[in-house]
Design a protein around this ligand. Structure first.
Ligand SMILES: Cc1cc2nc3c(=O)[nH]c(=O)nc-3n(C[C@H](O)[C@H](O)[C@H](O)COP(=O)(O)OP(=O)(O)OC[C@H]3O[C@@H](n4cnc5c(N)ncnc54)[C@H](O)[C@@H]3O)c2cc1C
Length: 462
């Protein structure tokens, strides 16, 4: 199969469009030189590419939203299937089903769904791709109410390594469907995803409650102790970071380290004051900047602190509980964090995501490859800067936080919100040894020659 059948655009090094086609979110991982970036027009083009790679025994990298934390969308010397042109969005309000092309970004999905009062639970930065996010699991502001993104996935169209187009669903190739829901891009190229969407108010209460850092231990402990009683419609993330210059915050706190509760409440409007008041009452906040906003705006309020084109490094892991020692470690490292490289953008954000609710309690661990067992909190820390000369400062700081937290982190985790930690880590991140064995079986069945190896890779059996 030659690429003469390919109807999309092809970019090789030296072509005028190549530098733009090669761009991905994180410049720290964006220096590689893929051999050929093939921007598909449709699924037929992706099929052509897969068959082309298969005939040559060549690996195939996949680029959807380009947000992957390891930069595996654009590896050196690779043939890249660029899915950014697959932007079809179809919403059926009668059935509540949404079918999305693999190039759709979260902001585009939210905008199309909210027209119908619907949401697919996903992530918190609007330029992230729905494809890569879903294949890893998908967590965000609706997870306590509706579960992870994978919990709403009904089916996927997949181009397999042996050049077939298949549907994976509970009734068609259920082993593949199970593995896709968390196992990443290991099993084929997903060209289309169909979800069950859920009701969401057009307007939700969203914003920030910042506390000076000396109050952080008490506020986090209070949040931990009350989490079980908080409504599922409430999403709350404890973000330890430099305080942005928000108008209601006193100027002396701008740029100082704070605990910022990031809040989205999508329950009944008449309960908002009570819910927000309970969070504010955990300490003496510098401000309470939570207000009614359209749901898509709430789901992109963090865009401003995560612009594309910076150098990013991130680590994450699951915590069974937010014990006092964990709180002490994150607060201590926040106080010692390198100062922002380009204020007012922060350079370090330690997020403590409150889980519980639907994502933790409504879905069995073995129902999906995505693992959630035994976790009530997700720790995720992102560092961002611009100058390569600062790499060691920021990666070194984060590696130090991770080293101190390691005894507290569970062996299972969420693959999408952390850089790859190697084969030993991968054997545990999806949960039990039996789950990993099931993933290896699926990999061996669907991609025996490891065509799809530019990812958090599961090695097929020889
Ligand atoms: C700023 C930022 C904010 C984020 N916020 C959240 C969040 O709130 N919640 C959350 O859950 N995650 C979040 N993430 C993590 C995000 O889910 C992952 O980085 C995800 O991989 C991004 O998908 P993508 O399609 O944009 O990335 P890409 O870089 O295009 O893809 C990453 C990898 O996924 C695989 N892949 C992607 N699409 C396909 C496909 N169609 N078929 C087969 N394999 C494929 C490939 O191996 C590819 O290398 C965030 C990441 C960033 C950078």
């Amino acid at each position: 199969m030659s690429l003469t059948d390919f109807r999309g655009e092809l970019f090789r090094p030296g072509d005028p469009g190549y530098p733009a086609a090669r761009e991905i979110f994180n410049t720290r991982t964006a220096g590689a030189t893929p051999a050929l970036i093939a921007r598909a027009k449709d699924a037929a083009d992706v099929l052509t590419l897969v068959r082309h790679a298969a005939e040559r025994g060549s690996p195939l990298a996949v680029r959807a939203g380009g947000h992957g934390v390891d930069g595996t969308a654009m590896p050196d010397g690779a043939l890249v299937a660029d899915l950014t042109g697959l932007t079809r969005i179809e919403v059926d309000p009668a059935t509540g089903r949404a079918t999305l092309g693999a190039g759709v970004l979260l902001g585009q999905m939210d905008a199309a769904l909210v027209e119908h009062g619907l949401v697919v639970p996903s992530g918190t930065v609007s330029s992230t791709g729905i494809a890569g996010l879903t294949l890893g699991g998908g967590i965000g502001y609706q997870m306590r109410r509706y579960g992870a993104t994978v919990d709403s996935l009904l089916s996927a169209e997949v181009i397999t390594a042996d050049g077939r187009v298949v549907t994976a669903s509970p009734t068609e190739h259920p082993d593949l469907f199970w593995a896709l829901r968390g196992g990443g891009g290991n099993f084929g190229v997903v060209t289309e995803l169909t979800f069950e969407a859920h009701p969401v108010p057009r307007e939700v209460a969203a914003g920030f409650i910042p506390f000076p850092l000396d109050q952080a231990p008490g506020v986090l402990a209070g949040l931990r102790d009350r989490l079980a009683g908080l409504p599922r419609e409430l999403a709350v993330v404890g973000a330890l970071t430099a305080c942005p210059p928000l108008p209601p915050v006193p100027p002396e706190l701008h740029g100082a380290p704070v605990l910022m509760l990031v809040v989205v409440y999508s329950g009944a409007a008449n309960r908002t004051d009570g819910v927000v008041g309970a969070l504010a009452g955990l300490g003496r906040p510098a401000a309470v900047a939570v207000a009614p906003v359209p749901w898509p705006a709430a789901n992109r309020m963090l865009d401003v602190i995560a612009p594309p084109g910076r150098r990013y490094y991130s680590k994450g892991g699951y915590l069974a509980t937010l014990d006092d020692e964990v709180i002490d470690i994150v607060v201590r490292h926040t106080a010692a964090a390198p100062p922002p490289a380009s204020p007012p953008l922060p350079s370090t954000v330690q997020n403590l995501w409150a889980m519980g609710g639907a994502i933790s309690d409504d879905h069995a661990e073995d129902a999906t490859a995505f693992s959630r067992e035994g976790t009530r909190w997700l720790w995720e820390t992102v560092t961002e800067w611009d100058d390569p000369a600062d790499d060691a400062t920021f990666t070194g700081w984060l590696d130090g936080v991770r080293a101190d937290l390691k005894p507290h982190l569970r062996s299972n985790g969420y693959v999408n919100l952390t850089t790859d930690d190697g084969p030993g880590w991968r054997r545990g991140v999806w949960g039990s040894p039996a789950k990993y064995a099931r993933l290896v079986t699926a990999k061996t069945e669907w991609d025996p020659h490891n065509m799809f190896r530019h990812n958090k890779n599961i090695t097929p059996q020889p």
